[in-house]
Design a protein around this ligand. Sequence first.
Ligand SMILES: C[S@@+](CC[C@H](N)C(=O)[O-])C[C@H]1O[C@@H](n2cnc3c(N)ncnc32)[C@H](O)[C@@H]1O
Length: 308
Amino acid sequence: MRLMQHKQEAYWFYRYLSIFYDKLVNPLFWTARMRDKSLDIGHWEDGENLKVIDVGSGTGFTTEGIVQRVPAGNVTCVDQSPHQMGHAKVKPELRECTFREGDAENIPFADDTFDRYVSAGSIEYWPDPQLGVNESYRVIKPGGWALLIGPIEPVNPISKFAANTWMLFPPEEDYHAYYEEAGFENVQHTYVAPHWQENERYGIAIIGQKPKAGKSPSTYRPVAPEQSLVDANPEGFDLGRNLLLAGRVLLGSTAGFIFIPMALLASVSAPLRGIDAEPEPLNDEQKVVLIGLGVAAGAWVLHRLFRR
Ligand SMILES: C[S@@+](CC[C@H](N)C(=O)[O-])C[C@H]1O[C@@H](n2cnc3c(N)ncnc32)[C@H](O)[C@@H]1O
């Protein structure tokens, strides 16, 4: 049972996470270096004339990389979270982009509309990832390319258990299976990881080309239209359902907030652990969190000393 692999849970998770997403989440887990390496496999020749859709575009961090390759006026951002999108809309370099609230599994555009599809770090929340990948196929033109970036299931059993309880971390072979089922051809991939990770297969960027116009030839059919444990109740307010939703969002968010200081410590301790990749510089918000952690640890040590 994955806490966050549902639309309503993801919506509420980002209601608050969006406030510090750009400052504390991306600089640790989805860095500019990872973004650029992923986008590099995107076939951007003739960028001036490409129409691009960025699905699960969030605060526009990946879109910022896309508009370095394609004019911002050619880029459409789709996300189900108005809170995340609100942060993207005010970024000066994204002013010319088109913004549309919508679902990755039911993209609000006609078949064969775009030349490129990009989705970074969103698959983790899709209740039915094959539907999302089939949608990426549907909305691009024949000859167009769909680039999907997501995390790979960790190898360490404890990390694997934690990741799978939290959200979707597909094993690497599942990404290839999604693309094959959707009907993509010429599939290529690369791996991405932040500098503090020992495992270079932390995330994957996979890209495939659409051979023929129209919808995906996939025969996949969803098991249920919406797999959330907390479906919207057509009969109005339901206390039990709302408490369940709140509990799941709270648990999922707690897990998310614990990962931030853990990753920060992993980041600063990387050289001590023998990882010699060039570190990403810390921003002010990360420094504040580190100082906070130091003060809390110091207070705890003093408390233990004076209790004796
Ligand atoms: C980790 S953020 C990634 C944002 C952005 N792509 C980036 O590179 O920073 C994941 C985003 O996916 C969005 N999302 C989750 N499920 C979605 C769905 N079913 N349809 C559209 N967007 C979704 C969330 O609202 C969130 O903004």
